[in-house]
Design a protein around this ligand. Sequence first.
Ligand code: UDP
Length: 328
Amino acid sequence: MNQLSPKPLRALITGGAGFIGSHLAEYLVAQGQTVHAVDDLSTGSIENLDSLRGNPNFSHTIADVREEQTLAELVDRADIIYHLAAAVGVRLIVESPVRTIETNVGCTEVVLKMANKKRKKVIVASTSEVYGKNELVPFREDHDLVLGPTVKARWAYACSKAIDEFLALAYWRARRLPVVVTRLFNTVGPRQTGRYGMVLPTFVRQALMGQPITVFGDGKQSRCFSAVDEVVEALAALAEAPQAVGQVVNVGSDQEITIGELAELVKEMADSDSPITYVPYEQAYAEGFEDMARRMPDVSKLKSLVGFAPRKDIRGIVSAVIEHYRER
Ligand code: UDP
């Protein structure tokens, strides 16, 4: 290769068959990079990678990221690692607490250890869940994390991801391993499954099947939903921004909607006769379940680092998800 056609960047995506991982793989391949995905298919699905099947710039391995030998080889062949493998979804977290903690902490430990051996940059996917019950909206990266008690299983997710963040930042501070910690806010789009509790695919499926649309609590809690295609673009841009190294960065949209409004919107856009029903949290999850009233990112850091933040409006996002489910 001469200087005019530099070797394409080789990306390794852990959790590459997951919802966000598969969109990231498609995006990076479209940008001319070569991508290898590693996934144990515990919550991801090989069908998510259908569009990349046979593409010479894409390959995958089905394995648990904690298989050190396998991971070491994959890290060796990559220039950069996007670490997305994790246990996600409030339902999964509440129902499988051991798996959540072990997966989230164990995978990150191995990824950082291997990346450090080979001196490869790591983009770590963390979550807005780490802000917990903080009421100081919008959430800025240097705000306090306000978590509930350890007897409430939900907080294990935030805590396990916070440990991932601490570990990544420790590798940067103590070993100069280049890392970027990204806190993803509610990311939605085609291929996201409602199986692990995520609200938008759940509402869309309910609306299309004529089943009750289940709003948990009073529906006044709000979220900011961002489109997965814009989120993966932001991740790729952060990977290329030298100033992002060693930083924690919110990735999301700051357009807020209540869950009650979201239910109405899905019902209207899907042209559905489904009733909207309100389900108490205790019934939806478990006794004493805690939800957060608002969750909105301050995206000024993301904008200053890469020049943009996800901005697609919620109607367009909902429409893409409805179309995806209709096709299926
Ligand atoms: N939610 C809901 N009905 C559902 C699933 C979720 O009302 O069938 C609510 C949930 O209680 C939360 C919001 O929708 O207030 C977003 O939930 P999700 O699990 O998608 O993400 P979270 O922001 O809680 O991580």
